[in-house]
Design a protein around this ligand. Structure first.
Ligand SMILES: CC(C)(COP(=O)(O)OP(=O)(O)OC[C@H]1O[C@@H](n2cnc3c(N)ncnc32)[C@H](O)[C@@H]1OP(=O)(O)O)[C@@H](O)C(=O)NCCC(=O)NCCS
Length: 327
């Protein structure tokens, strides 16, 4: 494996339309106070007609600009999403068309909220196989297309957005991908699911969608597993690389819930100033949450050259993963 695969461009995009906690109070029996104390979320951005590839397109353009590359320089496109525009064609193929390019391979991967870190590892593998590769990894989610706005226990949690990264072996000054660790446990799948429309729960012609079509979740066990899995995998990747928490300059966790983030930070013994949090502004954007946070953290000056950044995420499946980056 080439140890020098780097992220040479980052970008993100969230749609303009904002849904605040006050707006949600008008839709379901909830309150700003409940949402804020239980999750830390104050608002989220939601689409107004845009699809997964539309958000991905803007995030990609921002990442290409950051990398000083053009669409023609890309060699592969991977989109991490559970909310593609359509099942066929894949969102990656739709994005390729919107970028005005042809011929390069394109596919989607689905690892729910861990999707970006999964796609990053696949991209790292492509860079090892093809030394000249410039792999575009975009995590783009229109989570609200699968949220039941009658269900107060889920609809307050999620938002839409996209984050993009370009991986290459030849960048002059990117972030080296030092290591990635991925895990999954399919026996926990029932705790967090979106069933309707899949081949095990097919929608018949003329049938109306019901609750199964949307995100369903058992909040408390998901919370507990999230804290345990993210803490353990963060420890494992550090240990594997002979590093300690003191060697981490910034922890970027999946932005699902501020209480989960605080619990992970406390268990790891990492101070709050070294943890990047933007869940208050975007809610849980599933796979997009980590790359949005990564791009925003750098934009806000929270990452300096030489910094080591630890990404950690978990999601439905269950899936979870961690990545070490050195800027
Ligand atoms: C969803 C979550 C915020 C709920 O917090 P909680 O402290 O576990 O709350 P509970 O589920 O015990 O619900 C407490 C009460 O609040 C109510 N409630 C649920 N959603 C509510 C809402 N939006 N507004 C007001 N009340 C709500 C429940 O009905 C319950 O009422 P009851 O006691 O009368 O039955 C929390 O479990 C969580 O964050 N889980 C992980 C979710 C997650 O990260 N998912 C994404 C994974 S990638």
């Amino acid at each position: 494996m080439n140890r020098e695969t780097q992220i040479c461009g980052l970008g993100f995009f969230v749609p303009d339309k904002v849904l605040t906690n006050d707006d949600l109070e008008k839709l379901v029996d909830t309150s700003d106070e409940w949402i804020t104390t239980r999750t830390g979320i104050k608002k989220r951005h939601i689409v107004d007609g845009e699809a997964c590839s539309d958000l991905a397109l803007v995030a990609t353009r921002n990442a290409l600009r950051d990398a000083s590359l053009t669409p023609r320089d890309l060699t592969h496109i991977i989109i991490a999403t559970f909310t593609p525009d359509t099942y066929i064609p894949s969102a990656a193929c739709v994005l390729q068309k919107k970028l005005g390019i042809k011929d390069i391979p394109c596919c989607d991967v689905d690892a729910a909220c861990t999707g970006f870190i999964y796609a990053l590892d696949l991209a790292r593998g492509l860079c090892a196989l093809y030394p000249e590769a410039n792999v575009l990894v975009v995590a783009s989610e229109v989570v609200t297309s699968r949220v039941n706005f009658n269900d107060r226990s889920t609809c307050v949690l999620f938002g839409d957005g996209a984050g993009a990264a370009i991986l290459s072996n030849s960048a002059a000054n990117g972030a080296v991908v030092e290591d990635i660790l991925l895990k999954a446990d399919g026996s926990l799948g029932e705790l967090l699911s979106v069933k309707g429309g899949g081949s095990a729960y097919p929608l018949r012609f003329g049938q109306q969608a019901d609750e199964d079509f949307f995100v369903q979740m058992q909040g408390r066990p998901v919370f507990k597993h999230a804290v345990r899995f993210m803490t353990n995998i963060a420890r494992e990747i550090l240990e594997k690389n002979n590093l300690s928490v003191e060697d981490v300059d910034l922890l970027i966790p999946h932005q699902a819930n501020n209480r989960i983030i605080e619990a992970v930070a406390k268990k790891l013994g990492i101070s709050p100033e070294k943890v990047f949090v933007n869940v208050q502004d975007y809610g849980n954007t599933s796979a997009a949450s980590v790359p949005i946070a990564l791009a925003e953290a750098r934009e806000k000056g929270r990452i300096s050259p030489g910094d080591r950044v630890l990404l950690v995420a978990f999601g439905g499946g269950f899936t979870w993963g961690a990545a070490l980056l050195k800027f």
